[in-house]
Design a protein. Sequence first.
Length: 196
Amino acid sequence: IISENKIFNTEIDKRLKVSFENTIIEEELTLILLKIVNTGNQPITKKDFEDNSGIDIMFGRDILSIETLKTKPSNLYISTEDILPGYFEIQPLLLNPKDEFTLKLLVEKHNTLDFKVGARISGVTKIKPLKEKLIPYHKLVVYSLTISLLSTVSLLNDLSSLPFVKGISFGILGAILSDIILAIGKYISIKEKKSS
């Protein structure tokens, strides 16, 4: 799951009624984006799926709508089949390395703990949750502080004609540099605690 957003909740006002394709939403409605990627270096073919059974997705609640939002490559065809309320199957398909697709689902009464993915695929022992690559914390801190430092230097350069600014500029630059050093030191100490 790469995104889940509640788009309606009956706790707002019990008098408000919302329906989707003749289904009255009793509690809450959640919009979920589900991304599937072949992160391996081997293709997964239709024959690799055991007993012609695809990728099983279970939410434990009612799935009101499933749409293919995006595919890579663009000619990747995704077919889904409802099995039971809260449970559907993505039909067997060819997934070359780095092929991916994103499904958009509307789920009633969604609970992340109910979410499960399963499949019997030749050569695949376990389907792992996708971890989106985020900028590491230390890089984010260094980037932010570097931009702050450059902005401050630029501002002080513009104001350098004023007599009192030269003394203040060294103080501000010193404070920013000490913040950078402290932030990096804090990050290193956090990493050391996690590794021990």
